[in-house]
Write a protein that binds this ligand. Structure first.
Ligand code: ZN
Length: 145
């Protein structure tokens, strides 16, 4: 097994066992989006707070396979503190990376970079994507597009 494969497994198990930023909050300033992946029972809700163009909090809750849970946990850690522009850029590049499309290899995807391993398993692409797709929806209204 390659080093990246080992790292991939380590990161997934770590976040699966100790999910970060888990649980939603009652606060109307947060935007919420839920996505389900019927093919493997994943059900993830992402909740994001944006203040002055910066993601000041990002929460997640749900259930599903280890890849979907871990990718949601990694997402929240990475996004907190990012500007909307940075957040959207990272999310777009991450989603391209896991679905084996062209992405900016110079961009620092931080811990999410290990999910490049998902490309070898097309059936798991959706598992690794849904939290990030949901996140993009939570910041949609705040970006200038
Ligand atoms: Zn899954």
């Amino acid at each position: 097994m390659s080093e990246l494969d080992n790292l991939y497994r380590e990161v997934i198990m770590d976040h699966y066992k100790s999910p970060r930023n888990k649980g939603l909050v009652e606060d109307a300033e947060y935007k919420l989006f839920r996505i389900k992946n019927p093919s493997c029972g994943d059900d993830i809700t992402i909740q994001t707070k944006v203040e002055n163009g910066i993601v000041t909090d990002c929460r997640q809750i749900g259930h599903g396979c280890s890849i979907s849970m871990a990718s949601a946990s990694v997402l929240t850690e990475i996004m907190i503190g990012k500007t909307l522009e940075e957040a959207k850029n990272i999310a777009d590049n991450y989603l391209n990376m896991v679905s084996n499309k062209e992405f900016d290899t110079e961009l620092d995807l931080e811990e999410a970079a290990v999910f490049s391993g998902v490309r070898q398993f097309p059936a798991r692409i959706k598992c690794a994507s849904i939290a990030w797709v949901a996140f993009k929806d939570t910041i949609k209204g705040d970006s200038n597009e």
